[in-house]
Write a protein that binds this ligand. Structure first.
Ligand code: SF4
Length: 216
């Protein structure tokens, strides 16, 4: 983890981390950006979140936006029609049930439409500075298995296994480090193992082919 912390310095941050830094760790913007980010490129997520929050900045004002306007603002994120519905109904529930504020517990976050453990964990880590959560997305799931830290088939299993397999002090950073590494080096296909700073520690479980050293 220390090697990764050094290696990611200067690399592009994942979209939600960038939004969190730009927006003073506002839990609402982290929540909505994470909903938009599923299966969507980072640059698209970032641009869509920026457009949406320019139009409305609070759960109350977001909930009042017509669905078609939300769709237009977040397009072209993938599944933008579904995600627009989630954004609207999520903000309606924030207003009706949580007094217009993003709740700060896993149980309450999971009640919100469109929110699963990945989103809830990221909101708790980035928006509420929780030291007790690990956020597992596809990159964290893949790399943890390649490294042999866990042996799992689903991201939710990976999250639970990582609580046992990793030191507590790294939990809030696992997502940032492994997502950044997954986007740049330990990619889904043809990982750049020859350029990887942790190649000597990595058994490369399940890796069949790698990209040649120095080739982007
Ligand atoms: S050595 Fe290869 S498989 Fe292992 S972490 Fe690095 S890029 Fe990923």
């Amino acid at each position: 983890m220390r090697a990764l912390a050094r290696a990611i310095t200067g690399l592009e941050l994942p979209a939600v981390e960038k939004i969190s830094e730009e927006q003073a760790k506002d839990p609402l913007q982290i929540l909505i950006a994470t909903i938009l980010s599923a299966r969507t490129q980072d640059a698209t997520t970032h641009a869509a979140s920026t457009r949406l929050f320019k139009a409305a900045r609070t759960p109350r004002t977001l909930a009042k936006l017509p669905l078609t306007q939300i769709e237009r603002l977040i397009y072209p994120v993938s599944f933008y029609r579904y995600k627009a519905r989630y954004v609207k109904s999520c903000c309606e529930m924030l207003v009706s049930r949580f007094g217009g504020k993003v709740p700060s517990t896993m149980e309450e976050l999971l009640m919100l439409p469109g929110v699963g453990r990945k989103t809830a964990n990221l909101v708790l880590i980035l928006g509420f500075k929780s030291p007790r959560n690990i956020c597992v997305d596809t990159h964290v799931h893949r790399i943890s298995n390649r490294l042999g830290w866990v042996k799992t088939t689903l991201p939710d299993e990976t999250e639970q296994a990582l609580y046992h397999a990793t030191a507590r002090r790294w939990w809030p950073y696992l997502n940032l480090y492994l997502v950044t590494w997954g986007q740049n080096v330990c990619r889904p296909v043809y990982p750049r193992c020859g350029d990887c700073v942790i190649r000597d520690e990595c058994p490369r479980i399940g890796v069949l082919r790698t990209r040649r050293r120095g080739v982007d």
